[in-house]
Design a protein around this ligand. Structure first.
Ligand SMILES: Cc1cc2nc3c(=O)[nH]c(=O)nc-3n(C[C@H](O)[C@H](O)[C@H](O)COP(=O)(O)OP(=O)(O)OC[C@H]3O[C@@H](n4cnc5c(N)ncnc54)[C@H](O)[C@@H]3O)c2cc1C
Length: 488
């Protein structure tokens, strides 16, 4: 039986895998011949620093994706067409050149991507080429889960309950891409090139390899297999940064080198047989969906407070604010857990979830800095940066978000440190200059007897900073700062 289209183009973006990929499955099923493309989008890349772990992660993952396409096609001339250009110009140009009748891709929910896709849709329509897009990146998207009144949820727990009620095999079953791989076709000779090097797209190598962050589909698989044995304990281990508790799959979810359906299906099955850890982990995957639907349904949250009355808050300004912000970025606040966490993100591009909450709260509620400054810093430094989760996390910490913590709940950085890194193992790893301090002193070096500091080779103001603020005073100031919200 003839297929709907003779030739199609699969456009990979944040779904760098061949297994269980919705758009790839539909392209292969509906077209006789399918080309595959990835565009290193100059609109995004030109704004990044020249050494960026995310770009290297993508590049390494493309090498594997390219090889996988060739293997599935059983044709050494098949593979990925890789371009380095403005995607919104390049994609329609390429579609025309390859004489395709349809382009297939998976939804991307970030405002900039939504705009880009609207431009591409318009240009393709002008050329008489169809543009088919699919849900792939989340379990439920946009308006799939609504309240009984037909409105988007703004509170997590009822959203999660509605998701769990709706969740079944239909939403979790994998797309059997392997059934249709004979449609994968050869690349035109001029596109039969290997994946460009970092230098060829204007970037430098990072410490990704030294960090041993596994890339590509195989990397995602390895991390998930490793986590599977730990999943049942997740609820008990996930809050302690010195313990290997979480999955470290964030960057793979970000770039689609793992399938969310596969992860959620596994967690769901384990939840049904009574695993508490799996249930909590599944909740975290639902938080991810939740923030995607928030950004889709409440796009104003991308730039302003979800609850607009929080935009009335006056944040610290001028040189004083800049100095405090720099101390935070560089991990020189004098609060060891905060500084160790900032060292972790600066050295590795990862930060443990508990610490993301601690440092975000510290920036906003101890230093009085606008949460958007921290949001931007995370966007530049996190390997797993995702606009929806990052915005959601920052607005949660600043109390301006949907279902955020109340504004008068202010994390005490010392108690957080004593509770979640009681033996200072995490602090010692990232702040070796404090490694000789006893457990009793490591959370608050400024409150330690000079003789103890001397014995541990710590000189405050020299080898380690004095605290940039006094937490108790900062807390009072924050309550006053947030009083403006009460008046609305
Ligand atoms: C201020 C702040 C900023 C954040 N920025 C991001 C971000 O840019 N990108 C990002 O993916 N997550 C972000 N998070 C959420 C969370 O910290 C990370 O998803 C998690 O630490 C990633 O590590 P992991 O893969 O080992 O997670 P695991 O604990 O193994 O969780 C599995 C997956 O569930 C999802 N998830 C877990 N917790 C959350 C959450 N609270 N919100 C949304 N999704 C979640 C992630 O996709 C994660 O990879 C942020 C949290 C805060 C408080």
């Amino acid at each position: 039986m003839g297929k709907e289209f003779d030739t199609g183009l699969m456009w990979f973006r944040r779904d760098l895998r061949t297994d269980d990929n919705a758009a790839l499955y539909h392209a292969l099923k509906r077209c006789n011949k399918v080309h595959c493309v990835f565009v290193f989008d100059k609109e995004i890349l030109d704004a990044l620093p020249r050494a960026d772990r995310r770009v290297e992660f993508i590049r390494e993952s493309l090498v594997e994706l390219d090889m996988s396409i060739r293997e599935l096609a059983k044709n050494k001339n098949a593979g990925l067409i890789i371009q380095h250009a403005w995607a919104s110009d390049e994609l329609p140009k390429l579609a025309q050149e390859l004489k395709v009748q349809a382009v297939f891709t998976n939804h991307d929910y970030e405002p900039q991507a939504v705009h880009r896709d609207a431009v591409v849709l318009g240009k393709l329509a002008g050329l008489g080429i169809a543009f088919h897009t699919f849900k792939d990146h989340v379990i439920f998207e946009r308006t799939e889960v609504l309240t009984q009144m037909g409105k988007p949820y703004g509170v997590f727990t009822p959203y999660k309950n509605a998701c769990l009620k709706k969740l079944n095999d239909f939403y979790l079953k994998p797309y059997p891409v392997e059934k249709y791989t004979s449609s994968l076709t050869e690349r035109p000779i001029s596109y039969q090139r290997s994946v460009p090097t970092l230098a060829e797209i204007g970037f430098e190598a990072t410490n990704l390899a030294t960090l041993k962050i596994p890339t590509g589909m195989s990397g995602g698989r390895t991390l998930f297999e490793d986590f599977f044995d730990r999943m049942d304990d997740y609820h008990a281990t996930r809050d302690f940064p010195a313990v290997k508790g979480p999955s470290y799959l964030g960057v793979h979810l970000r770039f689609g080198t793992v399938s969310i359906r596969k992860l959620a299906a596994t967690a769901h099955q384990r939840t049904i047989v009574g695993s508490q850890g799996a249930a909590v982990w599944l909740s975290e995957l639902i938080w991810r969906d939740f923030y995607f639907q928030i950004l889709s349904n409440f796009p104003h949250a991308a730039t302003g407070a979800f609850k607009p009355e929080y935009d009335a808050i006056k944040w610290e300004q001028g040189e004083h604010a800049k100095k405090l912000f720099t101390a935070w970025c560089e991990g020189k606040t004098g609060y060891p857990l905060v500084d160790a966490a900032m060292a972790q993100i600066n050295q590795t591009g990862y930060m443990h979830n508990r610490l993301r909450m601690v440092v975000a709260s510290f920036l906003v509620k101890d230093l009085g800095i606008d949460w958007r400054w921290g949001e931007r810093y995370f966007a530049e430094h996190l390997n797993d940066f995702d606009q929806s989760a990052n915005n959601g996390g920052w607005q949660w910490a600043s109390s301006s978000g949907c279902d955020a913590q109340p504004y008068f709940r202010i994390f005490n950085p010392t108690s957080q440190s004593e509770k979640f890194d009681s033996e200072g193992k995490f602090i010692r790893k990232y702040l070796p200059q404090l490694s000789k301090l006893p457990n009793s002193a490591i959370h608050e070096p400024w409150d330690t007897k000079p003789i103890e500091l001397q014995a541990a080779n710590v000189t405050l103001g020299d080898s380690y900073p004095y605290p940039v603020v006094n937490h108790a005073q900062a807390r009072e100031k924050t309550l006053l700062r947030y009083a403006v919200v009460k008046r609305h």
